[in-house]
Design a protein around this ligand. Structure first.
Ligand code: ADP
Length: 165
């Protein structure tokens, strides 16, 4: 069984992420999308469990995709789940430097682990979860940014956090 892991913050999942998920799911027997709680970005818009729920909703029609959450090292997660491949998406050269460093570090931590990079489709090259949050704060139309099933969730979450500010 060829199992791969696609780790990330997914705060929230975007159309760019979903595109990578679909393409990776077509390449491997099983893809685990893993919400990894990043020590560099400890608090996000959505709680990790909420991100998992949004991801589950948008990947419902993809039978070989599982969604999980992990707050430790991705390399440890991969070892525990007998996965030897990490999937990462690349948008621009600026992603490349940190992603290559992370890939090397992960192989250092678990020597059987390799990272494959899928380049973004150009129409998603500008898209990040940060862009989505910023656009939602200004009330922009989110339909080109996030899957339609989660548009209302993003709007509501952003509005409720603004009320508390
Ligand atoms: P971000 O907050 O920048 O969206 P994530 O940690 O959620 O970052 O991203 C997880 C993975 O998805 C990373 O490998 C990242 O490079 C990739 N990714 C993020 N956005 C896109 C996109 N628009 N197209 C392709 N890959 C992407």
């Amino acid at each position: 069984m060829r199992r791969a892991i696609y780790p990330g913050s997914f705060d929230p999942v975007t159309l760019g992420h979903l595109n990578i998920i679909k393409r990776a799911a077509a390449m491997f027997d099983e893809l685990i999308v893993c919400v990894s709680v990043n020590s560099a970005k400890p608090s996000g818009l959505f709680q990790p469990q909420e991100r998992v729920e949004l991801l589950r909703r948008v990947t419902e029609g993809l039978p070989n995709v599982r969604v999980d959450c992990w707050d430790g090292l991705v390399a440890d997660y991969a070892k525990a789940h007998q996965a030897r491949v990490l999937v990462k998406g690349l948008r621009a050269v600026s992603d490349y430097e940190s992603e290559i460093q992370m890939a090397m570090l992960n192989t250092k931590l678990y020597s059987r682990l390799d990272t494959v990079f899928l380049y973004t489709r150009p129409k998603y090259a500008y898209l990040s979860s940060t862009v989505v949050k910023e656009m939602a704060r200004y009330g922009a139309d989110l339909s080109d940014f996030v899957p339609r099933q989660i548009i209302e969730d993003v709007k509501q979450k952003v509005n409720s956090t603004q009320e508390r500010m």
